[in-house]
Design a protein around this ligand. Sequence first.
Ligand code: ME8
Length: 642
Amino acid sequence: MSKTFYLTTPLYYVNDVPHVGHTYTTVIADAIVRYRRMCGDDVSFLTGTDEHGLKIERSARQQGIEPQELVDTYAGKFRSTWERLGLNFDEFIRTTQKRHYRAVAKLFRAVKKSGSVYLGQYQGNYCVSCEAYVAEGRNCPDCGRLTEFMTEDSYFFKLSAFQEKLLRFYRDNPDFVVPRARMNEVVRFVEGGLQDLSISRTSFRWGIPVPGDEKHIFYVWFDALTGYISGMGYGADDEKFEKWWPVDVHLIGKDILRFHAVYWPAFLMAAGLAPPKRILSHGWWTIEGEKMSKSKGNFVTADELSNVVRTDYFRYFLLREIPLGSDGNFSFDGLRTRVNSDLVNDLGNLAQRTLKMIRSYFGGVIPEAGESDEKGRELRKSCDETARLYQDRLGDLQINKAMEAVWELIGRVNKYLVVNEPWVLAKDPSRRTQLGSVLYHAAEALRVIAVMLGPIVPGGAAAVLRQLGIRRPLEDHRIPSMEWAGLESGSSIGRLSHIYPRLDKKEFRVKVKNRRAAGAASKKTSAAKAGGRDDARIDIKEFAKVRMQVARIVSAESIPKSTRLLKLKVDLGSEVRQVVAGIAGQYSPESLPGRLVVIVTNLKPAKLMGVESNGMIVAASDGGKPVLATFTEEVRLGSVLT
Ligand code: ME8
């Protein structure tokens, strides 16, 4: 019976389209999974989307749509992007699916039954963007944004009771987290003591209600992590769950290690379920040397990437450029250079010249292998050793090291041809057997290389096999049983063509520029379609409908139970009005009286947290943070903005 192998990517947030970081994780997952399939394992690859939480709820409200509509759109984008890029997942779990709701409720009940849950009160600074409370300070240590102070009833998970159990588990499984340095980080964190963990919220509605106490919504991490089991039958199909759990590898970025290596195993232990076998934590890409961000304009989407180069090219670059676990810098120039040197020159040329010589000297028929001479035996030995090394390294999840080994072999085969000079042998009819043997050895090594590259660059690997005349599809080749002399003498090679076209520096730069500009334009159009502001032009009459007037803030006070809202009295010259503004995170009530502000005065009155608001204060949204509009010159109160 074949071995099962279950691997997951994180469930991506649906607040934006997939970008190069998400693509990196999913490409690594796809490569590992393809490798396991080519080892004959029974594989399941789960990816999906994390769709609940305050951030989604707010983002939907800002766009004037229901959260469900927003998450449907983005989850669809993730799914279709991975499909288009040939990233072959087996399961796509969405945290808004019914099967997921059932699983979360079941896990909670199991955890509660074990006595690991109690009702308490949570207070702290919460980062809306990262969906996490912040241990210290006003700013989020991860994204740097200003946090919001929150107090709420909350169910707590007794994480503190799991310190010893977790440490024992790490001791018994020293390779639980790869790379080792990150395992050490986790151990140090747990040794430092664990605080109980708030796992429910009452401050937002967009999420899964806690069974039996529905005003509580599950904290997004308790919800999202459960996706790894809800997608595999937990709570619905015991046989399926038994088959796949525990997961072989959770593949994640280093940013979410603690959730996976500490909280998740503890939840599972409490519920009487096995913890994951391994967590592979990879590094982060910066773009052109900087953290990727929309405001910096260095945000590279998966669509842009795949519009600019073929899938093999960016797969190769992402997998080869940095060792798993390290950070790296993404640049289109770096991608072009790597592709040209490794795929086009090293691999492409080896395939091209070997196959061309077989076509020219042997009419396209694979020659006899003959007796291997010293150099031939060495090459054969190199192939066997590389195949072993490659399997050891991939088994150990070191993709980039496995690729290095293959490229060393490519170098050796190229050298083998240079040293044996088949083009010289071809001139001497008495050395035809030797010529045939040299070309057989090179072509056979090429076959072994192509099979090993199958999980990494499947497009090119399949093309090499086809051109060698091998009809068996790439996926049907079995890496562990790959033996020398798999290539059949006397068989015909296929039709030859370039495996990989070169990326011309100038042309490529223009293409990148144009594609990125096209991407930016289409983003604007869709923003406009979605009711966004960027390109949705209005005429002056429409603008004139909005009445904005100058006012001075007379007083400001907090609104009980709200961390975001302030009640303001503003003087418009002819009247004093009350408005409610969502600026408490950025402005203290004491700092506001006396300020000149802009008020939209012809809005219908509305109630916010039970307090009437008769107008709206105008502020810029700087990355979600409100900044009040004001005047630097004297201006009469009540003046209308035109
Ligand atoms: O964290 N470089 O979702 P997310 C490399 N929903 N990888 C990157 C990256 C970068 N610059 N940016 C993102 C979440 N990633 C949660 C997960 S799991 C139950 C819940 C990758 O959409 C990396 O794998 O923010 C990271 O862990 C993941 O995207 C975060 O995706």
